[in-house]
Design a protein around this ligand. Structure first.
Ligand SMILES: [Ca+2]
Ligand SMILES: [Ca+2]
Ligand SMILES: [Ca+2]
Ligand SMILES: [Ca+2]
Length: 363
């Protein structure tokens, strides 16, 4: 819960226009001080940057709808902090502005968190279009708290084939708290980490386009309790994996290597969610979920795809329903069970705060 008094916020950097519009619709709306969004329903327009030294606190139960026209996105820049602390019964929801039944992957941008932790490529330009550079030398860097949050229908392609992810972590440090975070119907990866050391617990990737969990550029955090749940009619032209792990774009031996630890993972691939599934371009047609934005469809690959020079650890996990199990070699693989298919069931920890039917939910 936020205890701050909104009347103490500076008004010379007001971020709410009218009753409920966040941002001014431009691609460089900057937040430069400490702001609190009271519980409510807001429409976010344009690219809203939380700049170095600024904080944005969002109260539990708040709904932020991303504007389609202006490709709305919320970007935490290195040194900025986002405090999005929902609760199990009052999560914070980022979703599409479109009417129920008309929402599709890629309706708005997404949530991008950037920090000053190390990666294996020095200072990096964040993927997808926004101005932000990330990376530094502080692996304990703190970008705030993201807890009990959902991100739905994100992934607008700013340029052809340059979508942003539902949630992007760029060089985010271990001082950041991330737990109970669901990404549904992203038009790209659900989660992608570029370097950094942030640890994450209780992540859900639901019906997303590309990979459920994508790690690059020396990401080295530990993630406990992950659920990946596919839609059999959606896969990306880059091949959809449960985990897509690369050291960098060429998989050269840049240091530090990509070396996360994933513990207690449950993946339900396309054969688990659909007994009729065929891994063909005829079958993977997007159904009525295909957005009008040139997003390309593709096929499913392995549950776990490991590029050269990665050092990934998988522990205590059950992975089902993918055309192949694993390509490449993990550093550690302990108590990981692969099944051809398994009837999905939702873990108890997804109760109340998750939503597995956001297309039919009125916000
Ligand atoms: Ca991506
Ligand atoms: Ca990807
Ligand atoms: Ca990637
Ligand atoms: Ca992929």
């Amino acid at each position: 819960m936020s205890c701050s008094d909104p009347s103490s916020d500076d008004t010379d950097n007001n971020i709410v226009f009218g009753n409920n519009v966040i941002g001014n619709g431009e691609q460089e709306f900057i937040i430069t001080n400490n702001q609190t969004l009271k519980k409510g329903v807001y429409l976010m327009k344009g690219w809203c940057y939380i700049t170095d030294g600024a904080t944005l606190t969002i109260e539990p139960g708040t709904v932020i709808k991303g504007d389609h026209e202006t490709m709305a996105a919320l970007i935490v820049e290195p040194g900025g902090k986002l405090f999005a602390e929902g609760t199990a019964t009052q999560p914070i929801v980022f979703t599409s502005e479109k009417e129920v039944g008309e929402r599709k992957p890629g309706d708005w941008g997404g949530l991008i968190i950037c920090g000053k932790a190390t990666n294996n490529s020095d200072i990096m330009q964040v993927e997808g279009g926004p101005r932000t550079l990330h990376g530094g030398s502080n692996d304990a860097d703190n970008s705030g708290v993201i807890s009990y949050v959902r991100v739905e229908f994100a992934g607008y392609p700013f340029k052809k084939n340059q979508e942003i992810n539902g949630v992007t972590f760029g060089s985010v440090g271990s001082g950041t708290q991330v737990d109970h975070l669901q990404v549904s119907y992203s038009n790209d990866d659900a989660f992608e980490w570029f370097g950094g050391t942030v640890n994450c617990d209780y992540l859900v990737a639901y019906h997303c386009w590309d990979d459920d969990f994508d790690v690059d550029n020396g990401y080295r955090g530990t993630c406990n309790y992950l659920l990946g749940y596919r839609n059999s009619r959606i896969a990306d032209s880059s091949i959809s994996h449960g985990f897509e792990c690369d050291n960098n774009s060429s998989n050269s031996n840049a240091q530090p290597n990509t070396a996360p630890t994933f513990n207690n993972v449950t993946l339900y691939g396309p054969y688990s969610v659909d007994s009729f599934f065929e891994n063909t371009t005829q079958y993977i047609n997007g159904n009525d979920l295909r957005p009008d934005n040139e997003s390309l469809l593709g096929l499913y690959g392995a549950a776990i795809s490991l590029g050269s020079n990665t050092a990934v650890n998988f522990l205590n996990s059950t992975i089902s329903g993918y055309p192949a199990t694993i390509t490449g070699t993990p550093t550690r693989q302990e108590n990981v069970v692969f099944l051809d298919s398994e009837t999905p069931s939702l873990p108890a920890w997804t109760n109340t705060w998750c939503n597995f039917d956001p297309q039919n939910t009125v916000y």
